[in-house]
Ligand binder design. Structure first.
Ligand code: MRU
Length: 345
């Protein structure tokens, strides 16, 4: 089990510090941590998916604001400078709401601080570390609630990586798997490979096999086949942004899995923290879907797999409508999509 934080603020004295993170682009070939020291580096780390997964990029955003504040310490217009840099980091990836959620939490500290700039930086660091620790606690609660819906000996299908790597620790969908596995070591996981970035193949199978969980890798088109054969008992995925009506954006391909699950009467659950629910949007139609570079589709490991003349469209996410979702597992319990709004009451 991964005991280290995927991403954490490391204090280096003299008000300096770095955001230390596992470089997820290298897994499974190499397990290496890198230190992010500037807001420009943070923007690139999020954009190039060195750090990825909604809760993890939320923490990256919180760290980014600390870096922005350190860079702006000597500026007369300290607050404005930090806000400008924070907005830049926020523009790195549009779909996961956790990024803007965590940046907003940090900017509230700047807005409300009556302290000098140095002391304000300390407050930002304290808050970033608090958010890191809370993320792990929240995921453990999600795991605990979610383990109740995993039948004994079940095979769980998951899509993308909603594991420890996508969070600070434990994971959301894989947090449910981990918590269920602690109670019943006979559960199994089928992991979709998750084209084009292969988060399922590269990250999910890495995490789960390391924990000794029985894991089978399948390609994205195989799910319905195994559902029809009666080999999948429940589907659990993470989410990047959930609308108030329960419509949930997650990695491209999730919608297709949810349709197949509905057809085969297999329960489909989303596991996500409250910070992934966007109270400002009523339905999934309002979710901005990130469009990524064509190279992710036409190349594998930097080598072309097709003619360069072909057109490509590469949306990073899709929206699964609430009608296909059995329940949303949060740190406050499991909600039916139509009751999700109650989490804000
Ligand atoms: O593009 P990614 O790898 O950041 O997409 C990640 C996902 O879609 C995850 O399922 C989601 O962020 C939930 S992570 C707990």
């Amino acid at each position: 089990m991964q005991t280290e934080k995927t991403i954490e603020w490391i204090k280096t004295g003299d008000l300096k510090g770095v955001s230390r993170m596992i470089d997820q682009t290298l897994i499974p070939y190499e397990y290496k941590k890198i230190d992010i020291k500037t807001t420009n580096e943070m923007y690139d780390a999020i954009k190039t998916m060195i750090v990825r997964g909604a809760p993890a990029i939320g923490i990256a955003g919180a760290h980014g604001v600390v870096l922005a504040a350190i860079e702006s310490l000597d500026k007369d217009n300290f607050k404005e400078e930090v806000i400008k840099k924070a907005n830049y980091i926020n523009s790195s990836r549009p779909t996961a709401v956790n990024l803007s959620w965590a940046i907003k939490k940090q900017l509230e500290i700047i807005e409300n601080s009556k302290e000098n700039n140095e002391k304000t930086v300390e407050l930002l660091i304290e808050n970033a570390i608090k958010l890191e620790n809370e993320d792990i606690e929240i995921n453990k609660k999600i795991g605990e609630f979610g383990s109740a819906i995993v039948p004994k000996g079940a095979t769980i299908l998951t899509h993308c990586n909603a594991g420890a790597l996508a969070t600070v620790g434990h994971g959301t969908a894989l947090g449910v798997v981990r918590s269920a596995f602690e109670k019943d070591s006979t559960i199994k996981v089928f992991a979709d490979e998750t084209r084009p970035r292969q988060q399922g193949a590269r990250l999910t199978t890495y995490e789960l096999t390391r924990d000794g969980i029985d894991t089978t890798l399948i390609t994205d088109g195989m799910g319905a086949y195994f559902m029809k054969k009666g080999m999948i008992d429940v589907v659990i995925t993470g989410a990047d942004r959930i609308a108030l009506n329960g419509d949930s954006a997650n990695k491209i391909g999730t919608y297709m899995v949810a349709i197949a699950a509905k057809y085969h009467n297999i329960p489909f659950y989303i596991a996500a923290p409250k910070s992934t629910i966007d109270p400002n949007i009523k339905t999934g139609d309002e979710i901005v879907i990130e469009l990524r570079d064509r190279s992710e589709v036409v190349e594998i490991n930097g080598k072309p797999i097709c003619t360069p003349k072909v057109n490509v469209i590469n949306p990073g996410f899709d929206v699964t409508p609430a009608s296909l979702i059995t329940g949303i597992i949060t740190e406050y319990g499991i909600f039916k999509p139509e009751e999700l709004y109650k989490i804000f009451e």
